[in-house]
Design a protein around this ligand. Sequence first.
Ligand SMILES: NC(=O)c1ccc[n+]([C@@H]2O[C@H](COP(=O)([O-])OP(=O)(O)OC[C@H]3O[C@@H](n4cnc5c(N)ncnc54)[C@H](O)[C@@H]3O)[C@@H](O)[C@H]2O)c1
Length: 397
Amino acid sequence: MQRIAMLGSGFIGRFYADSLQGQRSKDKIISIYSRREESAKKFASDYQVPYYSTNMEEAIAHPEVDVVCVSLPNNLHEQAVMLCCKHKRAVMVTKPLGRNAEEARRMLDAAEKAGIFNGYLEDLVYAPKFLKAHETVRKGALGRILWAKSRETHPGPHSEWFWDLEQAGGGCILDLGCHCVEIARSFIGKDIRPAEVMCWADTQVKPIDAEDHAIGLVKYENGAIGQFEVSWTFRGGMDLRDEVMGEEGTIWTNNFLRTGFEMFTTGKGGDYVAEKAESNSGWLFPVGDEINELGYNHMFTDMFSALENGVAPKETFYDGYVVNSILDAAYRSAKSKQWEPVKLDDWRGRKGLTKESHLTEYDPDHYLVKEEVTHYGAKKIILKNKKTGKIEEKVLE
Ligand SMILES: NC(=O)c1ccc[n+]([C@@H]2O[C@H](COP(=O)([O-])OP(=O)(O)OC[C@H]3O[C@@H](n4cnc5c(N)ncnc54)[C@H](O)[C@@H]3O)[C@@H](O)[C@H]2O)c1
């Protein structure tokens, strides 16, 4: 059983609490910090939490706390982590780890120096569809991964601090791109070094200083490419889709819209449909078990199993730091309009990789380009002559 201190009683704090104390879970939130007393009290009453405080340090230092869950706005993650280091508390931080790589690196270094368990709460690499797709990729069903795209777009966040550049640290690139980058990175291989980023970003609709729409490409050392598509101006709910392409296959997943649950209502008795749904009448796409579909259950299972076994979870502060470093390069690229290098002072994956070979041998003299069966029944093989470099075509019987 884990006894948890929850910091923050807002949107994600409540989603996490529903997951942590859902079903027949034995884990319990025993301490809640919120900035306003009435919010702390309300959360404590809703989730039967015995201790509440408007003092962050007191909530962390409560003697019965095993692990702290940071669910605060981005600008408060570092302060919370430093207090966990001071009180030697295991800590899990929601995404993004930092507002930038510098902040993330300070949190990583401090947690490692203090010797405390550190987990990065990136739920979307624990979504059931992702877990299945990732395992399939890992076993080789798609062959060498060439491209992994992840898209998260919705009509914009639910609290004021997200829209304030100073508190949030960025716009949709940081807020949503952190999910997409970690999804693509996981498919391509977390031990493959992200090399450089090209990104377009703009503020197309909202009256804010940050970007509200962006598309980016992340080039990896082995030649694979990751792609993220993010927006705070997308209309129609929350679009959460991934696509992976390898030499031997393809996977497309859709986590939220049109997943097989479709419903029409005139709106009579309308209720909550799903996160960021824009309507509760007409044709709707509800989500069966949002907490599970978004990966929260599998995420906390991994975190607590790792904590209890004294090992690192699948997602650590190091992953949060790599993600922040990639996103920093995206911001630089959006400004410079050039490919920008991903600056990683601390790289723990494979080193010295080059672009992987793309040549398939057909016979000692030829590489295979393609086999084709046409609509008129011809079987053809297209080859490249190794010596002359000439492209040749062979028609088979
Ligand atoms: N899928 C996900 O993993 C996911 C989804 C949403 C949010 N998040 C992350 O969770 C964190 C919190 O986001 P949220 O959506 O819960 O926001 P929110 O605004 O709903 O809740 C934030 C909480 O922090 C408190 N807070 C705000 N400003 C504060 C301050 N100055 N001092 C102390 N407390 C303050 C609020 O009262 C509230 O309890 C962010 O880092 C966000 O990126 C993650």
